[in-house]
Design a protein around this ligand. Structure first.
Ligand code: ATP
Ligand code: MG
Length: 397
């Protein structure tokens, strides 16, 4: 509560309103039996009367200050007595006003405080809202990270399981494959020896040879052996892929220059390009990284081969290396056939292929991804059907 309420100066109007004055004037007039006028400090009538007031006056004083006057044509002592009576009423009014002022003041202060509190609450509510929004965003981000991790773990586990299976299968196939290939080589040699016999035959022998149709038979036999050999080689390639996929032969890590790796790959592939196909290199200024160069080469080769298969007879394949923040990025971009959504969704799955029986094993991308993941990297496919495909591999530097 401010001090103002205690030492406040009142005006006459505050203590005697015009309605009060209108009552007081006639009452005093009746008591003193002459017209008594109520005047303010400047001498103007406030009781509603209009006649000029009498000369005799008695001050209406509050705290030594005359706030107004009584004027009437009576003895000064009589007028002073009436003034004291009026003053008594004014004092009561003043006290009452003081108390109500104090009360108002207190209420106002309380109100101001309330308003301040309200503003404070509003500020803290805003802060709270912001905090809640931030927390919400953080939780969402964390959830995303968790989700991603979970998927990676799931994928890694699945890969490990498939890898183990693949390694087992590869191992089991390798032995029989070895002797089948070697036996086939022997068979080829035996066949050549049989064919050489023809020159040493006499007439009867030659007739018997022709009658038995041995020329056609031997020729057919050679073809059979060739075809079988090609089939076995394909099996051998699958086994190699499977082994790469399961990373059974785990070599040592080395610091390697990826650009050099790309150069050598392009050199190998460049010789086998179809006339309408262009293979572009865009090698950026990238740091050497600790990696398994053989494996990375395998991954890149798989992706490049896919790109070359996608462009077919005519098109452009670009391989780029660049720095992307903390990552070394290698991109293989082709303007080939592209993938449908469903193909893209399964492209990394083991044994998924669209190439038809005997043409693809469906392990190319699986192996590539496995290798990139083993390097703590990431691999990503962008493709639009009929327009082309971009494979992006990010490796940590
Ligand atoms: N650059 C590409 N453009 C269009 N389709 C692609 C591309 N790369 C991969 N694909 C699709 O993804 C499938 C899976 O590819 P992946 O390399 O894993 O196996 P593949 O090429 O079929 O067989 P493999 O590589 O073992 O010979 C392919 O059959 C093909 O349909
Ligand atoms: Mg492939």
């Amino acid at each position: 509560v401010s001090d103002a309420a205690f030492d406040r100066d009142f005006t006459l109007g505050e203590l005697i309103g015009s309605a009060d004055a209108g009552e007081l004037g006639p009452a005093l007039s009746a008591a003193l039996q002459t017209e008594v006028a109520l005047l303010d400090a400047d001498g103007a009538r406030i009781d509603g009367g209009s006649a000029p007031p009498a000369e005799t006056r008695a001050p209406l004083t509050i705290e030594l200050e005359p706030l107004g006057y009584l004027a009437g044509a009576v003895a000064p002592e009589q007028l002073a007595g009436a003034a004291r009576t009026v003053r008594w009423g004014m004092l009561a009014r003043a006290r009452y006003r003081m108390v109500t002022d104090l009360h108002l003041d207190a209420v106002r202060t309380d109100y101001a405080r309330l308003q301040e509190k309200h503003a404070e609450l509003q500020r803290s509510e805003t802060r709270y809202r912001e905090l809640a929004a931030r927390l919400d965003a953080e939780v969402k981000a964390q959830l995303k990270v968790l989700d991603e991790r979970q998927r990676q773990i799931y994928q890694a586990e699945r890969l490990a399981a498939v890898g183990q299976l693949a390694a087992g299968v590869a191992h089991e196939i390798n032995n029989p494959l070895g002797f089948a290939l070697s036996n086939l080589g022997s068979g080829r040699r035996y066949l050549d020896r049989l064919g050489a016999l023809k020159g040493a035959l006499d007439d009867a022998g030659r007739r018997a040879w022709s009658a038995a149709g041995l020329d056609a038979l031997l020729e057919d036999f050679a073809e059979l052996i060739d075809e079988t050999g090609a089939g076995l080689e394909r099996i051998a390639r699958i086994v190699t892929d499977l082994k790469g996929f399961s990373s059974v032969d785990q070599p040592e890590e080395q610091v390697a220059d990826i650009n050099a790796l790309i150069e050598s790959l392009c050199a190998v592939l460049g010789g086998q390009l179809k006339p309408g196909v262009v293979l572009h290199r865009e090698l950026g200024d990238v740091p050497s990284i600790l990696c398994l160069p053989g494996h990375l080469g395998q991954a890149l080769l798989n992706v490049l081969k896919n790109a070359l298969q996608a462009v077919g007879e005519r098109g452009t394949v670009r391989i780029r290396s660049l720095r992307n923040g903390d990552w070394l990025r290698v991109q293989v971009i082709d303007d080939g056939v592209g993938m449908s959504d469903s193909v893209r969704a399964s492209a990394f799955d083991p044994f998924f292929t669209t190439r038809g029986v005997g043409k693809g094993t469906g392990l190319g991308l699986t192996v590539a991804r496995d290798i990139v993941l083993a390097h703590s990297g990431r691999i990503h496919l962008d493709s639009s059907e009929g327009k082309g495909t971009t494979v992006t591999m990010d490796l940590p530097t």
